[in-house]
Design a protein. Structure first.
Length: 361
């Protein structure tokens, strides 16, 4: 474990300990440290102590995590610290114009990453809907007495919701530039980009105008007045740039989380579209061959067909669970404890959904 990783682990442990309202001594005792338990935790939180495998397991258990989850959070925190340090070093003595251009480049890079991730997610979501869930809903409606899936996430008017929120954003936030594919931003993209687009506006109301001294004789205007006006504009500009940089850094943890969560969600939805979709088609053809295309009753189904229906029902539930992960909150939540909770919930939902699907097809 490198020094950077040790420091990141210490940050994570401190945040989780504080959220659970444990003292350093209490956590140390729960984790298995004996004499000087509080001192050990203090050194760990300050990046001065590397826990062995047994102590790491004890820490994770005391904090309500698995060792793998605790390691993953330390890895994410290391990336966050690295990105923040790089951004801070790059500021140095750069001028306002250079700072704005750097922010603009960073926003554009993140926007492109989000578009790429959400494009893949949206395509997988639509395939899973068309190849499995819609078909299963139609079959379920034909079986009287069978449990019916709740397709709410597919029928919500998400696009309208996000569009209205986007339009209502304050400070005249401009729409982000169109993607390189030329396609309009989807509902998910708009949800993800809403906060990122705001960074551009934070620069100066959507249009950066650096202070420029008019080409007029200084004596005619008054050098002192110009200097005062110029300083005031520069101070206002610096304040806006500070806000933009602060907001960008505040959304970094959520962005890093999405870089992990969206591909996993996409993979699960792709698996449902292909494997569960094919299995459902085979079962539906079998049912049609046996009893035709009319209404059925739950009692008329054989035990094996009831089990298959239950399996497909669980797959549909897993698919809907993936769709209920709140990706927008992941990107816009600043509080580290709240964000960690959201990440934990999303990770649990994805793991359970993937396991449920792969156990059945």
């Amino acid at each position: 474990m490198t020094q950077n990783r040790m420091e990141a682990l210490g940050q994570v442990v401190r945040e989780l300990r504080t959220a659970k309202k444990l003292t350093q001594d209490e956590l140390g005792t729960k984790a298995g440290y004996r004499s000087g338990a509080g001192v050990s935790i203090s050194r760990l939180e300050n990046g001065q102590l590397k826990p062995g495998a047994e102590r790491l397991h004890g820490l994770a258990e005391a904090l309500g995590l698995t060792p793998e989850e605790l390691e993953a959070r330390a890895f994410r925190q290391t990336a966050i610290n690295s990105e923040t340090a790089t951004a801070t070093e790059s500021r140095g003595a750069e001028g306002a114009k250079e700072r704005y251009r750097r922010i603009e480049r960073e926003v554009d890079r993140r926007k492109n990453d989000l578009i790429s991730l959400s494009d893949g997610y949206n395509e997988a979501r639509d395939r899973a809907r068309d190849e499995f869930l819609q078909k299963f809903i139609e079959i379920a409606e034909r079986i009287e007495g069978a449990r019916q899936p709740d397709p709410g996430p597919f029928h919500d008017d998400a696009a309208g919701d996000v569009s209205s929120q986007f339009d209502a954003t304050k400070e005249s936030v401009p729409l982000p530039p169109a993607s390189s594919t030329g396609k309009e931003a989807s509902d998910l993209q708009l949800a993800l980009l809403r906060r990122v687009a705001g960074l551009a506006a934070a620069g100066a109301g959507g249009a950066m105008v650096l202070p420029i001294i008019a080409a007029a004789p200084l004596a005619a205007i008054g050098f002192i007045e110009i200097a005062k006006r110029n300083r005031k504009r520069q101070q206002e500009l610096d304040a806006k740039l500070e806000r933009a940089e602060a907001e960008f850094e505040a959304t970094t943890p959520g962005f890093i989380a999405l870089q992990n969560i969206l591909p996993r969600a996409t993979e699960t939805l792709d698996y449902i579209a292909v494997h569960a979709g094919h299995a459902l088609d085979r079962w539906n053809n079998q049912i049609r061959t046996q009893v035709g295309s009319g209404l059925l009753t739950w009692e008329s189904l054989s035990q094996s067909n009831r089990q298959l229906y239950q399996d497909f029902f669980e797959i549909a539930s897993a698919q809907i669970t993936v769709l209920t992960i709140d990706v927008q909150r992941l990107l816009t939540t600043y509080d580290s404890a709240d964000l960690n909770q959201l990440i934990k919930q999303a990770d649990k939902a994805l793991t359970q959904s993937q396991d449920a699907v792969k156990a059945r097809v």
